[in-house]
Design a protein around this ligand. Structure first.
Ligand code: PMP
Length: 514
């Protein structure tokens, strides 16, 4: 029995109420391809062009027939979906397919061990944990070597050694060794540092949200996890400066000419560099090849892994399977999610280069739902679809992206007063509008703090088009349609965006509402 009429609004009621204020609280009841149907007041279905693309999970569109058929087949066959601690050939199939694609794009032979998870943020959490495990082993090896040296029998101490260790000659060798041990223990106790980018988004769980730049999401939870350092995207040399500012060293002894001297070793304080090759929630910003090279170099200089977050940009959306290959960024870890589940399953993976992989990780990280048969079989089907016809989907994403970019550029060219930028690659595009804090229309000015949502409400109500601003840059609207996008759909978007731009230009009293 349902009690739809008497039920209170309890499922995130605040958000629901807020969506209503900008005309976005509609109910969707059916979807196929790039079309999602909303329920009208009279109970009929209204077709809406969906360019939000599940925020990136729908590269193949809603309910792709091959994916749906596979899901139905799996359920009809009574496939055991949860069979933890058994052989998982279907997971291995996903891992191998991903490896073949990634090795082809990177032009390398090294394999990637694959850890399964359910969501994007969870794959990032796995990456954070693996990087910390790796750092722990490196730190332990370093400290164990030092400890063995400290046990060496020595008789005389070089005068400079006391100063370097912060001890006094009167306390002799014993005091020196105590000071070294105390210094090293203090350095080893420092929490790990993650280096990431301003504007970056890596999820909202306790660890991953600390890598997400948006202060509203991050700062209330800062006490829960290791902190990130955020590097600006457009300042050459900023990565190196950041790394130089995060150096720490431990002390060691060497015996030279019968005398003890104190030397320093770099301590691995930085656990990882975490980067989206195309920032999604930060406003669809493509990281430059120069910045990618700086990150690569800085990571190598401290021996930390580069974690490439391809959760939104990956799976072919950019025109390549990995958007990072387009900017020459080579990852040690990759995270993938969203379209991996084909819009039907929830699946994510963390891929780790075999040379860095710590097998111990598998004993300390797991999830009830990860690596389940259903999502793995679906992921294999998705990868097969992407790779079919010699990678037609990637070519489509690139071609349609160019076509869509031309249309967005056209809108910008005709409305330079209200449209300030077009960004992105393939089917991951953004259109930035001019801020409206000083708009002459009060209705528009009131909505200025969440401008993109007000425009999204207009596109939905007046043009039956669904899209949203990016989460951390709300003057940028995102366009992440599927590879099924048609010329007619692109034309509809063109007209709708011109309608929005015209409203911003003419500043009617009623704002975006008719
Ligand atoms: N990383 C990136 C780049 C993302 O775009 C997102 C989601 N927008 C996440 C991580 C988090 O994924 P999820 O919402 O599945 O936790």
């Amino acid at each position: 029995m349902t009690a739809a009429h008497t039920d209170r609004e309890l499922a995130e009621p605040t958000l629901r109420g807020w969506l209503g204020t900008v005309g976005l609280d509609v109910e969707y009841v059916r979807a196929e391809g790039n079309t999602i149907y909303r329920l009208a007041e009279d109970g009929s279905e209204v077709a809406v062009l969906d360019l939000a693309g599940g925020y990136g999970s729908l590269l193949l569109g809603h309910n792709h027939p091959t994916v749906v058929a596979r899901a139905q087949e799996l359920l009809a066959a009574g496939t055991p979906i949860h069979a933890q601690f058994s052989r998982h050939p279907y997971a291995n199939d996903v891992a191998n397919r991903l490896n073949r694609i990634i090795r082809r794009e990177l032009g390398e032979d090294e394999a990637f061990a694959t850890i399964f998870a359910n969501t994007g943020a969870e794959a990032i959490e796995a990456a954070i944990k693996h990087a910390e495990l790796e750092r722990g082993f490196r730190a332990r090896d370093l400290l164990a070597g030092i400890e063995a040296n400290l046990a060496t029998t020595v008789t005389s101490v070089a005068p400079s050694a006391y100063e370097k260790a912060g001890s006094v000659p009167e306390e002799g060798l014993a005091g020196l060794l105590t000071a070294i041990a105390a210094h090293n223990a203090a350095v080893a106790a420092r929490p790990p540092v993650f280096v990431t980018l301003e504007g970056g988004f890596h999820g909202k769980l306790a660890g991953s949200v600390q890598l997400t730049h948006n202060a509203d999401y991050r700062t209330p939870f800062s006490a829960l996890a290791a902190q990130a350092r955020f590097v600006p995207l457009d300042q050459p040399g900023a990565v190196k400066d950041m790394v130089d500012g995060e150096r720490a060293s431990v002390l060691d002894i060497v015996v030279e000419g019968g005398e003890v001297r104190v030397v320093e070793h770099d301590f691995p304080l930085i656990a990882a560099f975490v980067v989206e090759p195309i920032q999604g929630e930060g406003g669809i910003r493509v990281v430059s090849a120069e910045l990618a090279a700086e990150i690569q170099e800085a990571a190598a200089s401290v021996g930390a892994p580069v974690v490439v977050d391809e959760i939104q940009s990956g799976m072919g959306r950019s025109g390549a399977f990995l958007a990072s290959t387009l900017i020459g960024l080579r990852g040690d870890y990759y995270t993938l999610a969203k379209s991996l589940g084909g819009g039907v399953a929830k699946a994510s993976v963390l891929l780790v280069r075999e040379s860095r992989y710590r097998p111990e990780f598998e004993l300390v990280h797991s999830s009830t739902f990860a690596k389940d048969a259903f999502s793995c079989h679906i992921a294999s089907t998705v990868l097969e679809l992407l790779e079919s016809e010699d990678g037609r989907a990637y070519r489509k994403a690139a071609e349609l992206g160019e076509r869509l970019t031309a249309v967005l550029e056209g809108v910008r060219a005709d409305y330079p007063d209200v449209v300030v930028d077009v960004r992105g690659k393939g089917l991951m595009l953004g259109l930035e509008f001019a801020a409206q804090d000083t708009a002459t229309s009060e209705a528009i000015r009131v909505n200025a703090p969440f401008l993109g949502y007000a425009i999204a409400g207009y596109l939905l109500q007046a043009h039956d088009i669904r899209t949203f601003p990016t989460a951390s840059a709300v003057t940028t609207l995102r366009f992440e349609p599927s590879v099924l996008l048609t010329e007619e759909e692109i034309g509809r978007l063109d007209r709708a965006l011109r309608g929005a731009a015209e409203i911003l230009r003419t500043q009617p009293e009623h704002g975006f509402t008719a």
